[in-house]
Design a protein around this ligand. Structure first.
Ligand SMILES: Nc1ncnc2c1ncn2[C@@H]1O[C@H](COP(=O)(O)OP(=O)(O)O)[C@@H](O)[C@H]1O
Ligand SMILES: [Mg+2]
Length: 338
């Protein structure tokens, strides 16, 4: 990525994310972040005033399951592809991304892997699953064809495929969406990544398969950090340690999932969470409304939510609020009293 300018936020990011809520993993706040994103601004190269992401800032630690939620068009996929280092050449990225303390440009590409909503688009239709998985395994290093076949079969077992040898003979079109998604996850695991980014990995799947894939991701989390992009607030709340809420390119709130559920702080998060039924009623989908989200070219200075907020002050239109708050929940808002 282009990092000619470093874009720093005024307020230091709060690091501690330690918690012990039921069933969730305890992440040591003292450990250095696995992923650190600082002041990440992504704009159109030929129209720098059009920002798709604006000073995005957050961190992830090993073993953490972080859910990123936001309406369609808020910039979730742009953020994922930028972290992966595969942002479109039409975009200009400013800010810093570090993995394990090293700038993205110096990090081995295999340390991060991504799975997508439509695995069939990323699998080669004219190659068998076995060929593709073996190829990935061999790329990672040093195995003979036979050893790579065994490793490929083992990986398919790891992602819950019972008949790996049979599956390896199949082509992607002979498999269900859920099975292809498992194959994509197996390919990601072949890289032994430290960071797994899942961009709406279950949106195209039925509810049962969705649950299986999310269970699988949860099992994998102990070895890596997982960044899950989801439209489904229920999934975000039930599965993740922390939630980040993205609105029109700005990360407006980051907090421990249970705290965000119980007491969302940002007016946008509050609106989002009040518009959906309680946690038990699953799924809780974010409504995407093109009218509610300002287009990247029409975003004003200051808070991205100012034009929709009932508590807007003068400062909200002028100055972008920085994330602040207690370590477990930070919010970017000038008027928390409203
Ligand atoms: N290469 C690009 N060139 C111009 N605009 C883009 C490009 N990629 C994404 N965008 C715009 O950036 C905004 C965020 O897109 P995206 O990250 O795909 O949203 P999300 O994943 O949250 O639905 C959208 O308005 C989209 O049209
Ligand atoms: Mg997207």
């Amino acid at each position: 990525m282009d990092q000619t300018t470093s874009h720093a936020l005024e307020t230091p990011y709060v690091q501690a994310i330690e918690h012990e809520s039921a069933g969730r993993q305890v992440i040591a706040s003292g450990s250095p972040p696995l992923l650190s994103v600082t002041g990440l601004t992504v704009a159109l190269a030929d129209r720098p005033e059009t920002r798709l992401l604006d000073a995005v800032q957050f961190e992830l630690r090993k073993g953490e399951f972080f859910a990123l939620v936001g309406e369609s068009g808020s910039g979730k996929s742009v953020l994922c592809s930028t972290i992966m280092g595969v942002a479109s050449s039409e975009l200009r990225c400013l800010g810093d991304i570090h993995i394990d303390g090293r700038p993205l440009a110096d990090v081995d590409r295999r340390q991060r892997a991504m799975i997508y909503q439509q695995p069939s688009l990323y699998l080669n239709p004219v190659r068998t699953i076995g060929f593709q998985l073996r190829e990935t395994v061999q790329m990672v290093g040093g195995l003979s064809k036979k050893e790579a076949s065994q490793r490929a079969a083992d990986l398919l077992c790891d992602v819950g495929i019972d008949d790996p040898r049979e599956t390896m003979r199949k082509y992607p079109h002979e498999m269900s969406g859920g099975m292809n998604q498992r194959v994509m996850i197996a390919m990601a695991l072949a890289m032994k990544p430290k960071l797994l980014i899942a961009d709406e990995p279950t949106s195209a799947l039925d509810v049962t398969t969705q649950k299986q894939i999310l269970d699988l991701l949860e099992r994998l989390r102990s070895d890596m950090a997982i960044l899950l992009v989801t439209h489904d607030l229920g999934v975000a709340l039930q599965r993740s340690d922390r939630i980040g809420v993205l609105y029109a390119g700005q990360l407006v709130e980051i907090g421990r999932a249970d705290l965000v559920d119980r007491a969302p702080l940002h007016p946008y998060t509050r609106a989002l969470f009040s518009a959906v039924p309680p946690l038990s009623e699953h799924p809780r989908r974010l409504q995407s409304s093109s009218r509610s989200l300002p287009e990247p070219g029409q975003r004003q200075a200051g808070c991205s939510f100012a034009s929709r907020c009932s508590g807007t002050l003068d400062i909200c239109r002028r100055t972008r609020p920085a994330l602040q708050g207690i370590p477990q929940q930070v919010v970017a808002c000038h008027n928390l009293e409203a």
